[in-house]
Design a protein around this ligand. Structure first.
Ligand code: ATP
Ligand code: MG
Length: 563
């Protein structure tokens, strides 16, 4: 989007809130944060949150922190901490400061003592089941815990001994003392701390009590003076509690704002489910090119520009919706159409022999690297008597709208010559093994001096010069639009697409194997295989065994002329 378009775009609701606050002098600059829990890899939904948090700060001259919300030692790991940083950088963002909620454990503990001293927190000896049962329901009030009226001194003592490790996991919790009949269930004496004798990826065994999300998040925002704590809609019922802790502690007033989470059809987007796909081997890893993770999209060949453009395009909503996967592909094609070099590769090859072409002759033909940018120049493509074309670019008898190669029908070989199919050879099963053609030498470069036209243009590679490459053809990981919605007795795993990966050996023009890895900032080489789609070099690719991933097909209709 150019600056004019950006300027004329209406403000989203968060921008309106920010501009109002700035105009009213509520703050002089804004501070946002992206707060992932390091319990998995980031997915495309997180990308939305990243673009939003970093994008707003950038637009209004503010700052964004990266904060690891690492309050649950059992599920967290430094592997995830590292991967999250790599993914944010790859997306094109950098944080002002990096923090960990675990850095605030001591402060959070002191604040909990303060609430105890104010009579606003108590140690409860009930089991989790008892606590759950005592909370009541939306329509019935909860019941007070028998431990709710412990003295402040007893609570302070017990809480300190919880910290010291005197009690077993699950034997006690610290709860806020609010109102067991409150209409907002969040206020029915929410748990602030639980006992967990687990080794934390950063604090080791220093702590055996850990704060809950609701007690840790707002206070961490407050410590960092976050002006706009942006989270997804399901947290709106947590907001009053977020405010309650900040008010009772009388600390710097951060505020929470909610927007609709990103949902995309044909995908699942919960880290728990993504972890299950990885652990149970349904995919090759977190960066499997079919995964909706940021590293999966990266390996698939998506560019950071296309993901950012996608997030910009879908905007910020206040109501949940489902975005069509094709919108993501649209953003990708729009970027790669401008930036990817064109190469020819034949994915399902069938041999062609040009009978009237000199047997030993070879020549180099000029081909455009990128029709969208003349500065990308030309390349040379070798041509000889034997070629490969796509098997489905030929039919013995052409139906009415079939403009590609057929017996007696003339087509253009892109950048080369007009050819006409004359006869075919077949194997015992009737499968075509070779197509015999004739060519018109006067059409070199792809145009006839007599002005005659052909309706079809097909791609090809010289069989003598072709390089074999492995091509991984990816399709959607799930075959149903809403994979989370599985019928009784089934799970999202039953919605996996059994043919989401097909591996083939393709024949490619030699220029495909000399990569300019500086063309894209992330060093990944990406191409348009003419007429076939966008492809990138996979991380497993070697010069001896090149491997390409199909990022997306072209929005291409072969029924029309391709030239
Ligand atoms: P999941 O439910 O997939 O496990 P999460 O919300 O538990 O994700 P966090 O690491 O807590 O993951 O998320 C970090 C930030 O990213 C949070 O602010 C969260 O609101 C935001 N986020 C997570 N999923 C989405 C989504 N689908 N769309 C937009 N923002 C999201
Ligand atoms: Mg979370």
């Amino acid at each position: 989007m150019n600056d004019n378009a950006a300027a004329s775009k209406p403000l989203n609701f968060l921008e309106e809130i920010i501009e109002t606050g700035l105009n009213e002098g509520k703050y002089t600059s804004i501070q946002t944060r992206f707060p992932p829990e390091p319990n998995g890899y980031l997915h495309i939904g997180h990308a939305k949150s990243i673009c939003l948090n970093f994008g707003l700060a950038k637009k209004y001259g503010g700052k964004t922190n990266l904060r690891f919300d690492d309050t649950n030692p059992v599920k967290e790991d430094t592997e995830y901490v590292d991967a999250i940083q790599e993914d944010i950088h790859w997306l094109g963002f950098d944080w002002a400061e990096m923090h960990y909620a675990s850095d605030y454990f001591e402060q959070l503990y002191e604040w909990a003592c303060k609430l105890i001293r104010k009579g606003l927190a108590y140690v409860d000896d009930q089991t989790l089941e008892e606590i759950r049962a005592g909370r009541g329901t939306v329509t019935t009030p909860g019941t007070n815990s028998p431990w709710r009226n412990r003295s402040i001194e007893e609570n302070l003592d017990l809480f300190e001994r919880m910290r010291k490790g005197e009690f077993a996991d699950g034997s006690k919790v610290l709860r806020a003392k609010i109102d067991m009949a409150h209409p907002n269930m969040m206020f029915r004496d929410p748990i602030m701390y639980r006992i967990l004798h687990a080794t934390h990826h950063r604090t080791g065994d220093q702590w055996c009590i850990y704060p809950m999300y609701d007690y840790a998040h707002g206070q961490s925002d407050s410590i960092e003076h976050i002006t706009h704590s942006i989270c997804t809609l399901e947290f709106d019922i947590h907001r009053p509690l977020y405010d309650w802790f900040i008010n009772q502690l009388d600390i710097w007033p951060s505020h929470q704002y909610e927007f609709a989470r990103l949902n995309i059809n044909y995908t699942v987007m919960s880290k728990r489910k993504l972890l299950q796909l990885v652990k149970e081997g349904y995919v090759s890893g977190w960066d499997d090119p079919r995964m909706p993770t940021i590293c999966g999209f990266r390996r698939r060949g998506y560019t950071p520009e296309s993901i950012r453009a996608f997030c910009e395009r879908i905007g910020v909503a206040k109501r949940d919706n489902i975005i069509d996967y094709s919108l993501l592909e649209f953003s990708l094609r729009e970027h790669l159409n401008r930036t990817a070099l064109r190469r020819m590769a034949v994915i399902d090859p069938v041999k062609v022999v040009i009978d009237n072409y000199p047997v030993d002759h070879e020549e180099m033909l000029e081909a455009v690297n990128n029709p969208e940018d003349a500065a990308d120049g030309m390349r040379e493509v070798p041509f000889c008597r034997e070629l490969y074309i796509e098997r489905d670019d030929f039919m013995e008898e052409a139906p009415k709208k079939y403009f590609r190669l057929a017996l007696g029908q003339e087509v253009r070989l892109r950048y080369a010559y007009f050819v006409t199919a004359q006869s075919v050879e077949k194997d015992a099963e009737g499968r075509i093994t070779c197509i015999h053609c004739t060519y018109d030498p006067a059409t070199r470069g792809g145009d006839a001096p007599d002005g005659r036209k052909v309706k079809g243009t097909i791609h090809w590679v010289s069989a003598r010069h072709a390089k074999e490459v492995e091509v991984r053809l990816f399709d959607r990981l799930f075959s149903t639009e809403a994979p989370d919605e599985a019928p009784e007795g089934k799970t999202f795993l039953d919605n996996l697409n059994p043919t989401s990966l097909r591996t083939v050996t393709a024949q490619a023009e030699p220029a495909l194997l000399t990569h300019d890895t500086s063309r894209f900032a992330d060093g990944i080489a990406r191409y348009q295989f003419e007429r076939m789609g966008y492809f990138c070099v996979d991380k497993e690719s070697t010069p001896e065994h090149p491997v390409f991933n199909r990022t997306a097909t072209l929005k291409d209709s072969w029924a029309k002329s391709n030239k």
